[in-house]
Write a protein that binds this ligand. Structure first.
Ligand code: NAP
Length: 470
């Protein structure tokens, strides 16, 4: 598939194959572009700013609603492509499509609500006699750099609010799974002037880096790993940056919890998208007295998952993004076992598949939980009481989301207040997000918030206009 730059399809001499991780078949190729091509996209995006900014909010909103309809019309085709390139079960791809449609719709609505406020300057010393108000203005060019795991919805979380507040956009999609996003860019380009939406494929370390360091790009909106995020924050200079990074989300299960509900939370939270979810349940922190019973229930439910062809509607556990990624998970689990952890079920790799794995007697010094493990693994860490549970939950550089299961309101509130995370859910696993909520982590899990209204705040600049009426 070609890149889209300034409304033109651009190919390249160097190509990279996009492979289906399930059967290793080549789905398509993409150009591996270099700095000159990224530079061309930056020029085109800058040239297109005026055409977008002179449009009324009414028109921008209507155009985004038109794209909503186009995406709805192509829902099944997009989901099929998503499953081919990511290896996620088709039913999960359809959910990603539904969420993408919803996210886009929220942005189309928000495009009509971008305004400032009147400011009472007379509340400050010498401010009497002024009439003052603020405006929310576009930043200019927004570069969206996105990961492989939810490529479509996570990209729409950036480009839809960016366009809603009249920024032009350059997308750098993930090299392993770029196709769904590139196809979506074509839909947007049918509605908006050439250059408003551009795609540049190629390695993050080259074209991504060029976008990050360019002073002709006004904002970097990045979702991906902490390692890349830290690098971007050091190189971006004075431009605005939003970083949505990795997670190591805890699920705290106290002795008085509804264990069946908590088990259901793990099945969804640890194994969704083969565990490749930033806000996935990555550590189950459970009070000793219920740990055995919980482990047995979890094993029973885990063994009901159906691993197979991701295009088969019966499949509930697909592949990881690549065999290499599955091998990394295998090695991390094996190391934990060598250090004393005990596999209750799973622990087997087949090509790019890794069986859904429940592993008990895990401790926080094991790499499996000290760092983010991006695979279908549910590690159980046993603790003595709620104080210890909170201490373990906070014993990580990450702070994206958290879930707490208990029937005691006092303990629920204690956990909610003391766990360091951007979101704490009570009686729900961390792996839950509605696309309008403020989403973004504490500590090394990121900087800034997404969720359409909040993303708009991060993609505009505020100007104050004061009229001296004296
Ligand atoms: P990644 O390796 O950091 O890559 C993300 C994107 O950054 C890709 O497009 C990549 O391009 C690009 N990139 C790589 N090096 C770069 C550089 N030096 N400068 C600029 N861009 C660069 O992350 P991933 O493995 O795709 O995604 C998994 C991670 O994302 C996990 O840690 C997960 O928790 C996190 N994540 C966070 C959220 C959230 O909302 N907080 C959501 C989803 C995922 P290439 O593909 O060409 O390398």
């Amino acid at each position: 598939m070609d890149m889209l730059i300034g409304g033109k399809h651009i190919s390249g001499e160097d190509l990279s194959e996009v492979k289906n991780p399930y059967n290793n078949e080549v789905i398509d190729t993409i150009p591996i572009a270099h700095r000159q091509t990224a530079d061309l996209a930056i020029t085109e995006a800058n040239n297109a700013k005026e055409s977008l900014q002179e449009m009324s909010a009414f028109k921008v909103s209507n155009k985004l609603f038109n794209v909503v309809e186009k995406l709805k019309d192509n829902r099944e085709d997009f989901a099929h492509l998503l499953t081919l390139e990511v290896g996620k079960p088709i039913n999960e791809s359809l959910v990603e499509l539904d969420r993408s449609i919803e996210t886009l719709k929220l942005a189309a609505e928000e495009a009509k609500r971008i305004y400032g406020e009147s400011v009472p300057l007379d509340a400050g010393l010498n401010g009497k006699g002024f009439f003052a108000f603020t405006q929310r203005l576009p930043l200019g060019v927004v570069a969206a750099i996105t990961p492989f795991n939810y490529p479509l919805n996570l990209t729409i979380h950036k480009i839809a609010p960016a366009i809603a507040c009249k920024n032009t956009v350059i997308i750098k999609p993930p090299t392993e799974a770029p196709l769904t996003v590139m196809k979506f860019a074509e839909l947007l380009n049918e509605e908006f002037p050439d250059g408003v939406i551009n795609t540049v494929t190629g390695y993050g370390s080259e074209v991504g880096d060029y976008l990050v360091t360019s002073n002709q790009v006004n904002k970097i909106s990045f979702t991906g790993s902490v390692t890349t995020g830290l690098m971007i924050s050091q190189k971006a200079g004075m431009k605005k940056v939003t970083l949505e990074l990795g997670g190591n989300d805890p699920m705290v299960v106290l002795a008085d919890a509804n264990l069946d509900k908590a088990v259901k939370g793990v099945i969804n939270g640890a194994f969704l998208n083969a565990g490749q979810v930033c806000m996935g349940v990555k550590r189950i922190i459970i009070e000793n007295e219920v740990a055995d019973e919980f482990g047995q229930k979890l094993v029973t439910e885990t063994e009901k998952l159906v691993m197979g062809d991701p295009l088969d509607a019966k499949t509930t556990l697909g592949t990881l993004i690549s065999e290499k990624a599955a091998m990394q998970v295998e090695e991390t689990v094996n190391n934990a076992v060598n250090e004393g952890a005990e596999i209750l079920t799973g622990g087997v790799r087949e090509g790019a598949f890794y069986h859904a794995t429940v592993i008990d007697n895990v401790s926080m010094d094991m790499d499996l939980v000290a760092n983010e493990t991006f695979g279908p693994v549910a590690p159980i860490i046993r603790v003595g009481d709620v104080e210890e549970a909170i201490k373990v939950a906070n014993g990580t550089e990450y702070g994206l989301q958290a879930g707490v299961f208990t029937s005691d309101y006092a303990n629920a509130m204690k956990c909610a207040q003391e766990i360091e995370a951007g979101t704490v859910f009570i009686n729900k696993q961390s792996t839950f997000r509605t696309d309008n909520m403020p989403f973004g982590g504490f500590k090394n899990s990121g900087v800034g918030k997404e969720g359409i209204k909040y993303a708009v705040g991060e993609m505009t600049k505020t100007k104050l206009i004061g009229l001296n009426l004296r």
